[in-house]
Design a protein around this ligand. Sequence first.
Ligand code: ZN
Length: 246
Amino acid sequence: MSQSCHDYRRLAARWRAVARAAGIRLETIAVADEFPIFCMKSPALPPTGGIYLSAGIHGDEPGATEGLVAWAEERQNELAELPVVIFPCLNPWGLTMNRRSDSNGHDLNRLFHHDQHPTIAAVRKIVQLRRFCASLMLHEDYDAEGVYLYEHCTTEPAGPHLLDAAESVIPRDPRSRIDGRRAKNGLLNPRFSPKVFEKIGHPEAIWLHLHGSARSITFETPSEFALEQRAAAHLAVINRLVQLCQ
Ligand SMILES: [Zn+2]
């Protein structure tokens, strides 16, 4: 699994199989670095509410793309009844090359404030003014010592429940500071600072938070753990979130 997790054609084939089984179209929403970018929107996604799921915006985080497709495979027979929009992999070039950035060296997770990148423009167009119950961005971190997450929310947080689900697979990151921010039991609730993001550009999670996602969550697994475990942690977190938003 360790090499094939960077094989985008294989990943795309798995998503096509899920789409067929679920009876949902796998839409190509953009082409970036000659790779198709996919989106799967369930017919059960309501105009307001529902769940946004995405993975692979950083190509060197394959536990996230593997976890998302494994979840979709597990739930394929009921996917058409679940209120989800799914972006299986936002940076296929990065996944293929095992790189964080795209081929131009851009971190796509800093470009959500404008439409200059074809992938981000396509995602923004699909989301528009849709106000999700929750948005979940799946990531991995080389420095992590366990699972952790960031959450921006305007309602009751989902984060503690998601970490409960994740720690059945991988323990929580015990550090009190993660990525320069205060963390408690794997939970980070950083204050939103417009000035910081004006300078560095908007991550996906911040853009979704600013566009009315009631909860915007970035979940991270530790890259040093086994791929199967990391994927299983992502899968557990998605399952719990779907449960919470129904
Ligand atoms: Zn990442």
